[in-house]
Design a protein around this ligand. Structure first.
Ligand SMILES: *Cc1c(COP(=O)(O)O)cnc(C)c1O
Length: 401
């Protein structure tokens, strides 16, 4: 739905990103509210039968049904699109519905899709298990190995799906290099940018065609709501728009309203969480009970140079492996008192999970081993607490492990 900013004075052109996050996309009602209005409605009424007829004849010019478009959802879409520098944004009910729609609206039986093996569990399920049911060939590669990408993309391909950094082991993919190979193979490049956030990485400027988000994570940032988003151009929207309209993974207006508020503080939260994550990663790296720390902002990350090139910070997630096995990992988690056990991430609260038995429980042991998820691997989503309390908490946990 295209509606312009109807506030009396629009934002001056050229305002900077942090200003866009606070004001972008707002359209005020006649009540001139400061906080964006929550249009908690599924339908819209017409003054006459003729008006209803005209609404359907001039599709997209006014709101007709909230599965198609809703004013609060539109504000969220415009604000995120402006910030990302994308022509359009389509909001969805969750990150997974964004991933599913972005892929399914494009692929046809007989197509092939290439993706790295290191993916969020549900993304891996869609690509590895669902796409083949519809006659789409799924090819998985080692995402850090450009040779494997080159080989896989030596044949015509419909789409490449990338997650960088990956969940949970924070493996990176060289977005520009893979986008070049993908385009030569005729493929669209879809990037799941959840872990980097739009604050730290802009895939569209690195050759990607489509960016998807789970807005549930950093965009909401306070563990309140599910949501998702797809950012792309109008051409992509020719297939995506009707797919969303007719299959219905619409974002609730209430969640869109929460996510609009989340965007206002996104840059500040992510910057503070990255600063905390750096301190926590350094502390863990120096601890004798920790076997390995994986953090894109540390020099010890195998792709540290790539991280510096394509991200403007190391991110808010730290993966680490403690000395020992599952028992030691569980003992450490159970001794934490500030950091909470949760498979969610990107929250103001620091959250820790044991991927092998939670987010990746349904992934086979063989596939887990291939991406480096072991019995003692932990994934820490660093929040907004005082970093000294996080370090004290981890010290306590490691002493108990
Ligand atoms: C959480 C997550 C998703 C799925 O998002 P939901 O909002 O939970 O549906 C997809 N990709 C990544 C990388 C995620 O972390």
């Amino acid at each position: 739905m295209k509606t312009s900013d109807t506030s009396p004075k629009g934002l001056p052109s050229g305002v900077r990103p942090r200003t866009q996050l606070v004001h972008g996309g707002t359209s005020r009602s006649q009540n001139d509210e400061t906080s964006e209005a929550l249009y908690m409605t599924s339908g819209y009424v017409y003054g006459s039968a003729e008006e209803a007829e005209a609404a359907f004849a001039t599709d997209g010019l006014r709101y007709v049904y909230s599965r198609f478009a809703n004013p609060t959802v539109s504000m969220f879409e415009r604000r995120l699109a402006e910030y990302e520098g994308a022509p359009r944004c389509w909001a969805t009910s969750s990150g997974m519905s964004a991933v599913f729609a972005a892929l399914m609206c494009q692929v046809r039986a007989g197509d092939r899709v290439v993706a790295p093996r290191a993916l969020f569990g549900s993304c891996l399920h869609i690509i590895k298990n669902l796409l083949p049911l519809y006659g789409v060939e799924a090819v998985l590669v080692d995402g850090a190995d450009l040779g494997q990408w080159r080989e896989a993309l030596s044949r015509p391909t419909r789409a490449v799906f990338i997650e960088s950094p990956s969940n949970p082991m924070l493996e990176l993919v060289d977005l520009q290099a893979v986008a070049d190979l993908a385009h030569a193979a005729g493929a669209l490049v879809i990037v799941d940018n959840v872990f980097a956030t739009p604050v730290l990485q802009r895939p569209l400027t690195l050759g990607a065609d489509v960016v998807v988000y789970s807005a549930t994570k950093h965009i909401d940032g306070q563990g309140r709501s599910l949501g998702g988003a797809i950012l792309a151009d109008e051409k992509f929207g020719e297939l995506l728009g009707p797919f969303l309209r007719h299959t219905g993974p619409a974002l609730s207006p209430f969640n869109a309203w929460l996510l609009l508020k989340g965007l206002e503080t996104l840059e500040l939260r992510v910057a503070a969480q990255v600063a905390n994550a750096e301190q926590v990663a350094r502390f863990l790296e120096g601890h004798r009970a920790v076997r390995r720390v994986v953090y894109p902002g540390l020099e010890s990350h195998p792709q540290a140079a790539l991280a510096r090139r394509q991200m403007s910070g190391g991110g808010t997630l730290v993966a680490f492996e403690i000395a020992g096995g599952k028992a030691e990992a569980f003992r450490a988690m159970n001794a934490l008192r500030v950091i909470r056990i949760s498979n969610n991430l990107g929250d103001a609260k620091s959250l820790i999970t044991h991927p092998a038995t939670s987010t990746h429980a349904k992934v086979s042991d063989e596939d887990k081993a291939k991406v480096g998820i072991g019995p003692a691997s932990l994934r820490l989503s660093v929040g907004l607490e005082d970093p000294r309390d996080l370090i004290d908490d981890l010290e306590r946990a490691l002493a108990a492990a």
